[in-house]
Design a protein around this ligand. Sequence first.
Ligand code: CAA
Ligand code: FAD
Length: 380
Amino acid sequence: MDFKLTEEHLMIRDAARDFAKAELLPGVIERDNKQEFPAEQVKKMGELGFLGMMVSPEYGGGGMDTTSYVLAMEELSKIDASCSVIVSVNNSLVCWGLETYGNEEQKKKYLTKLATGESIGAFCLSEPEAGSDATSQKTTAIDKGDHYILNGTKNWITNGGSADYYLVIAQTDREKGHKGINAFIVEKGWDGFEVGPKEDKLGIRGSDTHTLNFNDVKVPKENRIGEDGFGFKFAMKTLSGGRIGIAAQALGIASGAYELAREYSKIRKAFGTEICNHQAIAFKLADMYTEIEAARHLVMKAAWDKDQGNNYDMSGAMAKLYASKTAMDVTVEAVQIHGGNGFVKEYHVERLMRDAKITQIYEGTSEIQKIVISRGLLRD
Ligand code: CAA
Ligand code: FAD
């Protein structure tokens, strides 16, 4: 067993840390207030290779492993989870899905642009009546020979307004249930494709979340990903890896809040001494750090499983379940340690607390992670 990161891993972690401090921290409060999409920051992240980290260099990516990716996700998320969710969706849902299951033409046409950040991607599974219950797809794609006709509504789509390419899951044959679901690449601007208004959210307010409407959108057959009927498995397999990225995001939110709370406790004085000298505060720090370290081990184990070619459905789900709970627990305590200052925007921890909540909801709620884990445990 070796807990040591390689030189390359440390370099990537440090590069992400430096970038987050230099480029994401300035303006993070304003972007959150104004719900402003971080377009400039996304462009820089693309230039530095953060948007296609695991994509092979052949398609313009960094060719890095999942461990590198989670290290970068943690660092970016310490400062700005609105930016890191964009990184997560683009890397682990869109690019990974296309590279693993797309054909050569699709990779050449779409993946190369997505991996470099020239284009941004979105992953569209959720619907008003199909969130956790993802097989209940109401969006339809009717086979018309050389194309499909897509109709329906997707909601809660991250990068919904800013993306160029959308991976859309839809039902092509209702009789076949989940085996009659397909995944398609849809381009922004195609006739009948409308982006609805942006959601006004509790957290990750810089990321743009939209409802999308498809009204008789013509999708060429060559834009279907994989064999006919592969769409639900495509979504599930892609989400298994995506959950590792969101677990790393939760870990970053927790460690960002912990670091702020530890520093604050060393300078704020009450009853004649720094508050860290009160055992109630020191013990909070001990609990926070212990939870973070436990979450880190689960996140790293899941990333390692993926890199080793092991099954990572359960380890990814456990990492997300635990790290997202850690993010909630730790951010609430970080606000408490800051006292009244924790309740105002200037000190960052209230934003981290608001951002933490989404990690228990998207890419499968905590209850869904428990379904995945328990089914894994009970399987022969
Ligand atoms: N890999 C491969 N196949 C899988 C799989 C996996 N990880 N998980 C399930 N499947 C297969 C099953 O084997 C089954 O196929 P067979 O019948 O051929 O065996 C098929 O998929 C259906 O599976 P289930 O019977 O288990 O389906 P279910 O209705 O019980 O639902 C579920 C399973 C795990 C609850 C699933 O619906 C689910 O994951 N729901 C949550 C949806 C979700 O995570 N949405 C996230 C949207 S993206 C997002 O949120 C992005 C963002 O915020 C940034
Ligand atoms: P529901 O499924 O209605 O769940 C409501 C509650 O019931 C939850 O607590 C849930 O855990 C619980 N529940 C449901 N079924 C069960 C069960 N069988 N057992 C126990 N409890 C259960 N989706 C995308 O496709 N792409 C995106 O890019 C994307 N980005 C998002 C960004 C944001 C900011 C948000 C808020 C959501 C995003 N989503 C995205 C959607 C997200 O994945 C769903 O919100 C999530 O999967 C839950 O679905 P739901 O909201 O319909 O809740």
